[in-house]
Design a binder for this molecule. Structure first.
Ligand code: SAM
Length: 341
């Protein structure tokens, strides 16, 4: 029992904040479902009455939602009117090519596996093994599509950093575990000399990769390698660039070492490997999102893990890669690590 003479500790700032994140999520999910961001624009301000009418909701409700969204940094409010800020305009309007609707729709399904966290922590047996072929074919087509808008800006930056646009000679790219092909599409768009081999499970290629490659008008630059990478034989020294986009964390340490050897063999001397991952720092606690992601891997795979940059650098150097470097550290949602053969 707390005594009246006991000095209270500081208020529970972190716990309170963490436990409330569900409400913020529900507001964003509901707002996209109601078309609130579609009812607003980035270039002009609208009133709560306008938004209420367009979305079929009460005026007082519109005001509350719009104020909450402005508070969360998605809208700007000026004299009782509102406009989309850049992120809402590009990622939350359903008519945008980078609309995050698929990612938002997937949240409740992904949240289901987290309900089993306690049982998984006790048993050490994952809730499901999403990278086993039959499960992967069910799980990844949707997930990979959901990730496209999140990775696209980073992928364009990667293409720039690799100087893809100015390459005059044929440039062969392997997009390994390509998903939506988000990492290679900007390279293909930047330069007609780029030819991409996109490797993934057949269902992902058929249901997701080909759709995104087609939508982005680069089909004539793509060929497909269907199957588990462990079953696909690649010619030695044949690629200028190999991208591993968010695949090492589901493979875990030992298979990642094998995968890096596989890539090393396939790269031309002087060729570059680009790895997109969620990296933890040396304490393995920061950024918190990456530490949390480590548990996501524990839930969904047997060997999956998060790497630190130091660990990844060490296994790249052990494999024979040189010039290991980290692109500008990409905050919470992705890190890019490059190395040359
Ligand atoms: C998290 S998604 C990432 C997709 C894409 N690279 C991106 O960054 O958005 C992982 C992808 O790896 C593929 N994948 C997982 N294990 C694989 C394996 N053993 N062989 C081939 N593809 C695999 C999945 O089907 C899925 O498309």
């Amino acid at each position: 029992m707390l005594r009246s003479s006991t000095k209270a500790p500081n208020p529970p700032r972190f716990v309170n904040q963490i436990m409330r994140t569900q409400m913020a999520q529900a507001i964003v999910i509901t707002s996209t479902n109601l078309g609130i961001f579609n009812a607003l624009d980035q270039d002009s301000f609208s009133s709560k009455e306008d938004v209420a009418k367009k979305c079929g909701i009460q005026i007082r409700a519109a005001e509350l939602v719009l104020n909450a969204l402005a508070g969360m940094g998605l809208l700007e409010k000026k004299v009782e009117t509102y406009r989309n800020l850049e992120e809402a305009q590009h990622y939350l309007r359903s008519d945008s090519p980078l609309y995050m609707g698929k990612f938002i729709d997937l949240r409740p399904k992904l949240a289901e596996s987290w309900l089993n966290l306690g049982a998984v922590l006790k048993s050490g047996v994952p809730h499901s093994e999403v990278n086993k072929e039959d499960k992967a074919e069910e799980f990844f087509p949707e997930l990979a599509a959901a990730l496209f808008p999140i990775n696209f800006a980073y992928a364009q930056n990667l293409s720039d950093v690799l100087g893809i646009e100015s390459r005059r000679e044929k440039t062969r790219v392997l997009d390994l575990a390509c998903g939506s092909a988000v990492w290679s599409i900007p390279m293909a768009q930047a330069n007609k000399n780029v030819k991409v081999d996109a490797l993934d499970f057949p269902a992902v290629l058929e249901r997701t990769t080909k759709a995104y490659v087609g939508k982005n008008n680069v089909s004539d630059q793509y060929s497909y390698l269907a199957g588990n990478w462990t079953d696909i034989k690649l010619d030695g020294q044949s690629y200028d660039v190999v991208v591993l986009g968010h695949i090492l964390h589901s493979e875990g340490m030992e298979r990642s070492k094998e995968l890096l050897r596989y890539v090393f063999h396939a790269l031309k001397p002087g060729g570059t490997i680009a790895i997109a991952e969620f990296l933890v720092d040396d304490s393995r606690t920061q950024p918190a999102a990456a530490a949390v992601f480590g548990l996501n891997m524990y839930l969904l795979t047997t060997q999956g893990c998060v790497f630190s940059y130091r660990e990844l650098k060490e296994i790249l150097l052990d494999t024979g890669f040189a010039n290991v470097r980290q692109l500008e550290k990409q905050k919470e949602d992705a890190d890019l690590v490059l190395a040359d053969r």
